[in-house]
Design a protein around this ligand. Structure first.
Ligand SMILES: C[S@@+](CC[C@H](N)C(=O)[O-])C[C@H]1O[C@@H](n2cnc3c(N)ncnc32)[C@H](O)[C@@H]1O
Length: 210
C-alpha cells in the first residue's frame, strides 16, 4: 500500500490526533480547525481506503460519479478535493440533507436517481475519471458493470463491497469472490478488507478494460 493522498487531502492535527482532512464547510459535526475539516474514516469507506494508503489513483481535481451518496458524509469530502462530482442517491430523505451539503459546493451535483438505471442520468453525467461506489445493496457488481459506461478509458472504479448486503448468511470471503467473478469489463488492481473500521467490507480498486 503505497498510495499518496490526492491534492486537497492532508493529514492535520485535531485535538492532538493526526487525521485526514479536506477544506470545506462542516457537514456532520466533524471537528474543524480553521478551513480544514476532519474526515471521519470510521464513517467513510473511501476515507478508510485513503488512510490505509491504497493506490486509488486519485490526484485531486478529477471528475467523479459517486453512487450511493446518502446524506453526503463522504461525497462532501470528495467534492472538497475533486472537480465536478455527480452524487447519485435513490432515497429521498438523505437527498434533502445532501442538497444542503451541495449549497456550499458548486461542483457537487445531486441526482435523485437509482444507480441500477444509469440510462436515467446518462444525459446529465459527463465521462468521469473516477466512479466511487458505496451502495450497500444487493447486486453491487451489477451496479458497477452498468455504470462502467461513464468511465474514461484510463479511469478508476473505487468501490466497497458490503458482504451482508449480498447475503447475510454467507461467508464474506465467498461473497467477495462472487463479486470478483461478476465484475465485467474491469481489471481489479487492488483489494483490501477494511476490518475493523468497516466489518465485512472489501475495498476494490479497478480500471475498465473496454
Ligand atoms: C452505506 S450508504 C452510503 C454512505 C455514503 N457513501 C457515505 O459514505 O457517506 C448506502 C447508500 O446507498 C444508497 N443506495 C442503495 N442502493 C442504491 C441505488 N440502487 N441507487 C442509488 N442509491 C442507492 C442507499 O439509499 C444508502 O443511502
Amino acid at each position: 500500500m503505497t498510495g499518496s493522498l490526492p491534492a486537497g487531502v492532508e493529514r492535520q492535527q485535531f485535538d492532538g490526533d493526526e487525521r485526514l482532512a479536506t477544506r470545506g464547510q462542516s457537514v456532520y459535526g466533524e471537528p474543524t480547525d480553521g478551513e480544514w475539516r476532519a474526515w471521519d474514516i470510521r464513517r467513510s469507506k473511501l476515507g478508510a481506503m485513503l488512510d490505509r494508503r491504497m493506490e486509488t489513483g486519485l490526484t485531486g481535481g478529477e471528475t467523479v460519479l459517486y453512487l450511493g451518496a446518502a446524506a453526503g458524509t463522504t461525497v462532501s469530502h470528495v467534492a472538497d478535493f475533486a472537480g465536478p462530482t455527480y452524487a447519485v442517491e435513490f432515497a429521498a430523505r438523505p437527498v434533502r440533507d445532501l442538497l444542503t451539503v451541495a449549497d456550499s459546493r458548486p461542483n457537487l451535483f445531486v441526482l435523485l436517481k437509482d444507480a441500477r438505471k444509469p440510462e436515467t442520468y446518462a444525459h446529465v453525467v459527463e465521462p468521469v475519471d473516477v466512479i466511487v461506489q458505496d451502495v450497500a445493496t444487493r447486486g453491487q457488481a451489477r451496479v458497477a458493470n452498468t455504470n462502467r459506461r461513464f468511465l474514461k478509458p484510463n479511469g478508476r472504479l473505487l468501490t466497497v463491497v458490503k458482504a451482508r448486503s449480498e447475503d447475510v448468511t454467507a461467508d464474506p470471503t465467498d461473497v467477495f469472490e462472487t463479486f470478483r467473478s461478476q465484475l465485467e469489463g474491469y481489471e481489479i488492481l487492488d483489494t483490501e478488507r477494511l476490518d475493523p473500521l468497516h466489518d465485512d467490507h472489501l475495498a476494490v480498486v479497478a480500471r475498465p478494460t473496454r
